[in-house]
Design a protein around this ligand. Structure first.
Ligand code: NAG
Ligand code: NAG
Ligand code: NAG
Ligand code: NAG
Length: 378
């Protein structure tokens, strides 16, 4: 009887242990940057413009020369990089396990970064059908070439599936205007870099649009850039916005420093390219000789596109624009490194650790090798 009880306890104990998720012991701190006080009637004020920032440091120590600053995309928050919606460790965990300190944020006027009714512009919410069609169940809708090859989302990606429901419930309203988001995020992230110093910037989707203005304002603090299916393509909305003009400064809504200087977007002469593109698709680039993003020339860039996302249609055009602007870009389509079936939310899909290790982690390690050797970061 005693033995039986012991076995029951052991089995129960094992079940508990198996349920405990992997986790790197770490320190956590949160703070806000970028606020200013906005006067209100009655001798008082409110704060606006600040972003929520969470700093996670492995307890065993940081072994990498630079921390990674993650910036999430539309409708998302910093939770994107914590555990995945099906409860596996996320990219923050993977990078901490590999010796990186990580910063997670909520974009300006989003999530834990306050949206102030009297200051900030209108918000919008991405509905469940759009999320299934674009991110989680593209295989069901067949809206673009390769969408049906999507296999890596955990669960069926639609309402009623527990993983989808968790993911969707984590989504929050975002500013309607990418222009307003661009200005406010540039301001807040410059304040963040001024506080924390050198980083590797890792951005997803919409945050691609803010990557360039942040780096433009603080080029010496951005040691490398990883863009995951970045905002684009140049000068127009993506496939779902029927080629309406967007990103007037090329890949941004806010001004970039060009050389020769561009005083206004109309200084950027463009040309429509169809050769080498998917049938029916036009890529708008600068006319040569192209103006350069002169502040960003020394920052290495890795741009990643999945096999099945709609970004597969035009991310090559976005990368061509970056290269014309003078950047050195490694462009990886996941299928070319034998990673198949991923969509837009690759960093939380079933093989998220594989992508972290084989693509992102490997590239960052290579680009920061010299800093590793020469540094004594405390
Ligand atoms: C507002 O503050 C000013 C300066 O401190 C003071 O003179 C004034 O009486 C205050 N007004 C109110 C309504 O509290
Ligand atoms: C997805 O899974 C949920 C939960 O099992 C189920 O209720 C729903 O019908 C499934 N949806 C589709 C489109 O298969
Ligand atoms: C280039 O493409 C854009 C977007 O499709 C279109 O609006 C514009 O008219 C085109 N310009 C030329 C010169 O063909
Ligand atoms: C679709 O997938 C195939 C096979 O991996 C790949 O060769 C092709 O580039 C992909 N096309 C797009 C538009 O992503």
């Amino acid at each position: 009887m005693l033995d039986f009880t012991l076995i029951v306890l052991l089995v129960a104990g094992f079940a508990l242990a198996a349920d405990v998720r992997r986790g790197t012991a770490h320190y956590r701190e949160y703070f806000y940057v970028g606020y200013s006080y906005v006067p209100q009637s009655g001798n008082t004020s409110i704060a606006d413009g600040q972003i929520y920032v969470e700093r996670l440091s492995p307890a065993s120590g940081t072994t990498q020369p630079y921390p990674i600053l993650f910036i999430h995309g539309s409708g998302m928050t910093g939770t994107n990089f914590l555990n995945t919606p099906d409860g596996r460790p996320g990219w923050a965990e993977w990078f901490m396990e590999n010796g990186y300190e990580v910063y997670l944020v909520d974009q300006a006027a989003r999530g834990r970064s306050p949206w102030q009714q009297s200051v900030d512009g209108l918000q919008t919410t991405i509905d469940t059908l759009s999320v299934s069609q674009l991110f989680t169940a593209t295989e069901v809708y067949d809206l673009w070439p390769n969408s049906t090859l999507h296999t890596q989302w955990p669960g069926n990606g639609t309402v009623g599936d527990g993983v989808f429901d968790q993911f969707y419930a984590s989504m929050v309203p975002l500013l309607e205007s990418d222009g307003e988001s661009g200005t406010k995020n540039q301001h807040a992230f410059v304040a963040l870099l001024d506080r924390i110093g050198e980083v590797i910037l890792l951005t997803h989707s919409q945050a691609g649009l803010f990557t360039w203005p942040i780096a433009d304002a603080r080029p010496s603090l951005v040691k490398a850039i990883v863009t995951i299916e970045p905002g684009g393509p140049p000068f127009i909305g993506d496939t779902f916005s029927s080629n309406t003009p967007k990103h007037p400064w090329g890949l941004t809504e806010v001004p970039m420093t060009y050389d020769p200087p561009a005083a206004s977007p109309s200084d950027l002469q463009t040309v429509n390219v169809t050769e080498g593109r998917l049938p029916g698709y036009t890529c708008i680039l600068q006319q040569e000789p192209a103006r350069k993003w002169v502040n960003l020339l020394d920052i290495p860039v890795l741009s990643i596109t999945s096999e099945t996302s709609w970004h597969g249609i035009f991310d090559d055009c976005t990368v061509d624009f970056m290269r014309q602007a003078g950047l050195t870009v490694d462009f990886v389509r996941l299928q070319d490194v034998d990673i198949h079936g991923n969509g837009h939310m690759m960093f939380m899909e079933l093989n998220s650790d594989e992508i972290a290790e084989k693509v992102v982690g490997k590239w960052i390690a290579e680009k920061t090798k010299s800093a590793m050797l020469g540094s004594s970061r405390e």
